[in-house]
Design a protein around this ligand. Structure first.
Ligand code: KIV
Length: 275
């Protein structure tokens, strides 16, 4: 039976607290989450950020990409997750085409925050038009998490799910975009599938926290797809992920082990680092 969480047992993680964690060198523990029961596990394990990722299109809905996920679906899942949380910060993905210009982005974010209960929205890309959208959201007090590197909503343009920023030009462009999204007002930056050294350099250079996934151990925090780190996702697990349930007897223990390993700098280990 699902039981609604009581008052938080610890100080709630807030948007300003994320920068404080970076300044204090406290690693940020993030996981994706798609429903209230798993949200309660994240809460109990002391995770900092619950990301309602549009990866739900693939791991929950069985779709081939995140592109078909709708704003209604994101609002539905965000509301379920937010109901299961007390101290964990809920962040929700703006799905494909739901932030194509500032006006649409504001309307979409109003739904994710107002109906869904998100405290921050995430969008992909670092081009000039994305920075304009970030600035417009920021002006209206919508906290934004940017997402650079492998941006799954651009899978067709990228030609597949592969590491980004590998050559000097691509790395320079990614670095410039990281500075641009921070300058535009983003509060958090997900770096997905980029070389370890590049993620480390960006993390050092920008004031906002970076959260890595397949980006090495020197980001300010880590995020994994929940179903991957519990070994639920069918097929091959990405090398940068790890099955934390293997050898443990409960989901609670697996999520606690992940949180402990991220905080201790033990995850990602050498075998989970791509390049
Ligand atoms: O949708 C998602 O789950 C994400 C994470 C992989 C960062 O964007």
């Amino acid at each position: 039976m699902y039981v609604q969480p009581d008052a938080p047992q610890r100080k709630p993680v807030t948007v300003p607290r994320l920068r404080g964690m970076k300044a204090a060198g406290e690693r940020i523990v993030a996981l994706t989450c798609y429903d209230a029961s798993f949200a309660a596990h994240l809460e109990a394990a002391g995770v900092d950020v619950a990301l309602v990722g549009d990866s739900l299109g693939m791991v929950v809905q069985g779709r081939a990409s995140t592109l078909p996920v709708t704003l209604d679906e994101m609002v539905y899942h965000t509301a379920m997750v937010a109901r299961g949380l007390a101290a964990v910060l809920p962040v929700a993905d703006l799905p494909f085409m739901s932030y194509r210009d500032p006006e649409v982005a504001l309307a979409s974010s109003a739904r994710l925050m107002g109906e869904g209960g998100a405290a921050m929205v995430k969008l992909e890309g670092g081009e000039a038009w994305v920075c304009e959208v970030i600035a417009a959201l920021t002006v209206h007090d919508v906290p934004v998490c940017a997402h650079l590197g492998l941006t799954p909503q651009s899978v067709h343009k990228l030609g597949g799910y592969r590491m980004q920023g590998r050559n000097a030009d691509a790395a320079a462009q990614l670095r410039a975009q990281a500075h641009a999204v921070a300058q535009a007002g983003a509060e958090l930056l997900v770096l997905e599938s980029v070389p370890h050294a590049l993620a480390a350099q960006i993390t050092k250079e920008i004031a906002i926290p970076t959260i890595g996934i397949g980006a090495g151990k020197d980001c300010d925090g880590q995020v994994l797809v929940l179903y991957d780190m519990l070994g639920i996702t069918p097929g091959r697990r990405p090398k940068f992920s790890k099955d934390f349930l293997a050898g443990r007897d409960s989901i609670a223990a697996a999520i606690r082990a992940y949180a402990d390993d991220v905080r201790a700098g033990a995850f990602p280990a050498a075998e989970n680092i791509l390049g």
